[in-house]
Design a protein around this ligand. Sequence first.
Ligand code: C2O
Ligand code: CU
Length: 473
Amino acid sequence: PPLELFSVPLPIPPVKEPKYIVPNPETGDDIQYYEMEIQPFSEQIYPDLGLTHMVGYDGMSPGPTIIVPRGTETVVRFVNSVGNTSPNSVHLHGSFSRAPFDGWAEDTTQPGEYKDYYYPNRQAARMLWYHDHAMSITAENAYMGQAGVYLIHDPAEDALNLPSGYGEFDIPMVLTAKRYNDDGTLFSTNGELSSLFGDVIQVNGQPWPFMNVQPRKYRFRFLDAAVSRSFALHFALTDDTATDIPFQVIASDAGLLEEPVDTEVLHISMAERYEIVFDFSNFAGQSIDLLNLPSVDGLGTDTNYVNTDKVMRFIVADETEAPDTSVVPATLRDVPFPEPGSGDFDHDFVFTRTNGQWTINGIVFTDVENRLLANVPRGSVQRWRLRNPGGGWTHPIHVHLVDMRVISRSSARGVEPYEAAGLKDVVWLARQETVIVEAHFAPFPGVYMMHCHNLIHEDHDMMAAFNVSVLAD
Ligand code: C2O
Ligand code: CU
């Protein structure tokens, strides 16, 4: 594509302000009320081509960022102003939302309608994201723009003095991979039956951007919001891309890790979040590239293209504007790991391609009679075994409602240190891997979804339901 790499600055999604704040009549605490409109918009992405037409929250992609303090409830009215026939459903990924507000795929809002979603925000500080979840069109809706960041912060995390200031030293990094038509429009995912890897790597909606940074520490919050592409992220000097520069992973899907994990390569698959601190202080006046190992380091099955090994560039200033007083403490928090369940595993799920469809235990989500694959007593801790026997596919598995501890992985890489140090709501099942996870099925009862987060697999129809049931005494 006729696009100069690293020539446009990294956009930062704006912070969404509540429309009003009212007290909860029972608790007296604030409830923030937001309104977001799902709207078509056009943007000049390729200088020499036509406009790119998208549909996004408040007419932008990524959507605006919602930032809430832990314990402040929110109601978000999502208005479908798409104008054609496209329904939507909104899932706040990583939130323990009650089932009616969890973005159930068939609970769609039609053009001209709205739905108010209630979110408790009682979880510890973490990076959530909101995205479309409508039946069979999630891939197309999310890919055309319906995805945004939602941050919960809390006093415990704020007290650590990590690099802070949204958009200043605390930077959201929404990774996607897209494919464009010759006229500048996006190539549709609609005809795809297995994956759309995309040859254009974007961060916060911008292909291969750059960012001017100071020689100090930054917190980068990565989210892989791509339809099908996994990444193996690493940093190197522009002039010496063969030598990786180490960094610290501080948080994952469910917030801070127990302690920072040093690494040189970070594996991130679809819907996963990893937050890192990168220290530019030794690189004043230099330029550093964020890169992606081809073939995701042997784990992924992604198609590589000419520039998919590059993500973005950081131009480091000669000096800081003010001294960097932020720190990365040796201990970050006590992660609420569940008490171990009993036995090897309570449920066994196998993710395969069967007769041209993507299935879980041979079932597809459209098989309404059979798609409820597990009944789980509310409050119980269960171990689930997840298996991907295929050699050709990667399946990042997302279980709604819960945070999972990754107990074991069968392949040579084992459980990554940055997976083990925290809790996850998505776990990457690379080819031929078997992973055992453990979760506390709480706080709410209800029927929730679990699925592959390759959005094309999800739409066709690698998704199932589980029921968190209220225990009879
Ligand atoms: Cu991020 Cu069920 O989805
Ligand atoms: Cu999959």
